[in-house]
Design a protein. Structure first.
Length: 273
């Protein structure tokens, strides 16, 4: 129960399931050669976008998560970047029992949709986590706040940048059962995060009815979920590709996250009249 809101925010940030992690290889950054940086077309989001999610545990409003896209004050390797800030907090009775105040930040290259820096500052009752990862995409490596340097796959993502990179993927020709994989660095390990395309559906929320793509993250059974099918994600079937609803049957209870507000979207949203 104490990890419930943290799980919800991490799931929202990554938009994908949890698989077995791989320990990265330790290296010395100054010995690694440099390579070119990629370009990825982004028609999904823009500076000023704000998404607000409500997190429910059963029938209880357990928490709120907010994601905001801003322009970075700094350039990285001479290139412009987004500064994305994600915050999470507990609500109502959950706040009395177990107060949560979480903050996630990432700096994402505007041209290539890969991170330069990730900061995680989590405070949940007496439990605290601080992480500060510096990414070196031209060297396919990173440095942690503990001064550890690791080799990584090319253009690896962090928890939050993975959410935004996933929105730039073209799902237009996807067929039911197709898998999409995003390699991500989480808690000192490399995770191949996978989502399976399940077709299109209409989803009704407080803000209206939406035409959506449905995905089932490929997850590791036995930790939080009973089976692979216990986690479902619905993403708007438009150019924004916003995850608007997440449902999960946990080993104990059920979890739901839904969009309750969005601002400054780059494209019209797929509302059904």
């Amino acid at each position: 129960m104490k990890k419930l809101l943290t799980f919800a925010i991490i799931l929202l940030a990554g938009q994908v399931g949890i698989a077995q992690g791989i320990k990265p290889l330790k290296v010395k950054l100054d010995t690694l050669p440099e390579t070119g940086l990629r370009t990825v077309t982004n028609t999904a989001f823009q500076t000023g976008e704000k998404l607000v999610y409500r997190i429910h545990y059963g029938f209880i409003d357990a928490g709120e998560a907010v994601l905001e896209v801003k322009d970075s004050k700094w350039k990285f390797s001479g290139r412009d970047a987004y500064h994305v800030i994600g915050t999470g907090k507990s609500l109502g009775g959950f706040d009395w029992v177990f107060k949560v105040r979480d903050r996630y930040e990432t700096y994402i290259d505007k041209q290539g949709m890969f991170p330069y820096r990730f900061i995680r500052n989590v405070e949940e009752g007496g439990y605290k986590i601080f992480q500060d990862y510096q990414f070196y995409p031209s060297k396919s490596a990173l440095r942690t706040h503990e001064k550890q340097e690791y080799k990584t796959p090319s253009f690896i993502q962090d928890l939050v940048s993975a959410f935004y990179y996933a929105r730039t993927i073209d799902y237009g020709k996807a067929k039911v059962g197709d898998l999409f994989e995003i390699t991500t660095f989480v808690d000192g390990e490399i995770f191949p995060l996978k989502i399976k395309y399940m077709g299109t559906e209409e989803v009704k929320l407080r803000k209206g009815k939406y035409r959506c793509m449905k995905f089932v993250p490929v997850i590791q059974q036995g930790r939080i979920w009973k089976s692979e099918d216990d986690l479902e994600v619905w993403v708007t079937a438009d150019k924004n590709k916003i995850p608007i609803l997440v449902k999960s049957e946990l080993l104990v209870g059920s979890l739901k996250m839904e969009v309750v507000d969005y601002q400054n979207l780059k494209n019209p949203v797929a509302l059904v009249n």
